[in-house]
Design a protein around this ligand. Sequence first.
Ligand SMILES: Nc1ncnc2c1ncn2[C@@H]1O[C@H](COP(=O)(O)OP(=O)(O)OP(=O)(O)O)[C@@H](O)[C@H]1O
Length: 326
Amino acid sequence: MCTVRGLVKTYPAARGRRGAPGTDAVRASDGIDLEVRRGEIFGLLGPNGAGKSTLVRQLTGLLRPDEGSVELLGHDLVRHPERAARLVGYLGQESTALDELTVALAAETTGRLRGLSLRAARAERDAVLDELGLAPIAGRPLKKLSGGQRRLACFAAALVGDRPVLVLDEPTAGMDPVARRAVWAAVDRRRAEHGTTVLLVTHNVIEAETVLDRVAVLERGRIIACDTPAGLKELVGDEVRVELVWRAEAPLHVPEVAALRDAAQAAGRRWTLRLAPAEARAAVAAVTGGPAFAALDDFTLTTPSLEDVYLALGGRAEGAEGLVKA
Ligand SMILES: Nc1ncnc2c1ncn2[C@@H]1O[C@H](COP(=O)(O)OP(=O)(O)OP(=O)(O)O)[C@@H](O)[C@H]1O
């Protein structure tokens, strides 16, 4: 369905101007091979700057690779990037092109641009606004909406005209849980009813886990893992995640707590540890059975999630500095 071979894209170095420092060249795609199957919901996961947007912009014909090939539904998109518009419904990270339009007109205009008759564009517009709960704000201009509402309106527009492939760059960024659920339900419905293939860029690993068939993890322009969520989880084996939340400072004077310090990733009052099951049981027994218990606010034990895989592979913990040890 979509085959990518040896994709390379380097952004050139820029000279600094007016005393500002220049930037080095960035190899944002560094030899990417990828195969997405028809009807698959395929995720691209990775830290900021890993090269996810650069990759999807090459898959949608918006950015020309330096080297390599992109074939989408039998079309060579490096040679014929203009063909992507007929194949792909693309939701980019920014929406400025539609900002002046109302929610209804953004959806209708997209339909018209995709070749629908006026009557068909209006029918699809009404159906998609209803489906996503946007009818009450259909008459409002995008630029006067909240970030999450604007995102949902752009998502609605991307769905109009029924493209066989949807490429969605962080579709649920800034959305509340109700809107996020509506997005995932709409994606699922298109796959079930039309066999739509979906390529999804996301940071939200926990949310993505429930909808993705396969995931590629990107880091510094390379794919460092690609498998089903379950297959990726096997990489972290039977590790258990232990979360300890302290009332205030961790009681490091308690030897059992001090012993866990090196294995823990600390974020404020919260410690996260990844341990073998027996070690996890021992750790919980130690902090709940002894003098540390008075300092403990809460604890949880969970089996591995896609986020644990991501971290184990060397991804950056959200909000944390530096790489997390495998
Ligand atoms: N137009 C550009 N010119 C120069 N460098 C760029 C440009 N766009 C992106 N980059 C650089 O290329 C690398 C990959 O960027 P890209 O936007 O593809 O990452 P990403 O994985 O989508 O990140 P995020 O999760 O933050 O959206 C980064 O180092 C970024 O700084």
